[in-house]
Design a protein. Structure first.
Length: 135
């Protein structure tokens, strides 16, 4: 959320606010977020929604596609999720996670936030070779 804050305001001042607004958005609008157009693939590729919500609220927790959808909703920005081509085009994640998420409202900001998934997660997981969002 520090990086998202930098993209939005030029510094990290909004990071905590963004984090907790995402948590609230995920809790209050779970049905709408879980009903995302790519939900079938996201369920296969992302952590369980409840786990993602807990990780969002936990210090040092990493984000997921679910969190990016909530972030799009609260910031009113489109978010372009970028997933590296690790296993070529046959990789379900490459075909599905490389998507544009739009806020659930018709009100949009002009700027699209680009978020890339990179190796590593929370400090303890840096050797796990898992891919998680980085702003």
């Amino acid at each position: 959320f520090n990086a998202a804050s930098i993209l939005l305001s030029g510094d990290e001042a909004l990071a905590v606010e963004l984090k907790y607004k995402c948590c609230l958005e995920m809790g209050l609008n779970a049905a709408a977020i879980k009903n995302h157009k790519d939900r079938a693939a996201l369920i296969l590729l992302s952590p369980d929604y409840s786990d993602a919500l807990v990780r969002c609220a936990t210090g040092g927790g990493y984000s997921s596609a679910w969190t990016m959808i909530a972030l799009s909703n609260i910031t009113l920005h489109k978010i372009k999720m970028l997933y590296p081509m690790v296993n070529c085009l046959k990789d379900l994640a490459v075909r599905t996670v490389n998507t544009l998420t739009e806020p659930s409202t018709n009100v949009l900001e002009d700027k699209t936030l680009r978020i890339i998934f990179m190796e590593g997660g929370v400090k303890e997981d840096l050797d796990s070779k898992s891919l998680c969002p980085r702003f």
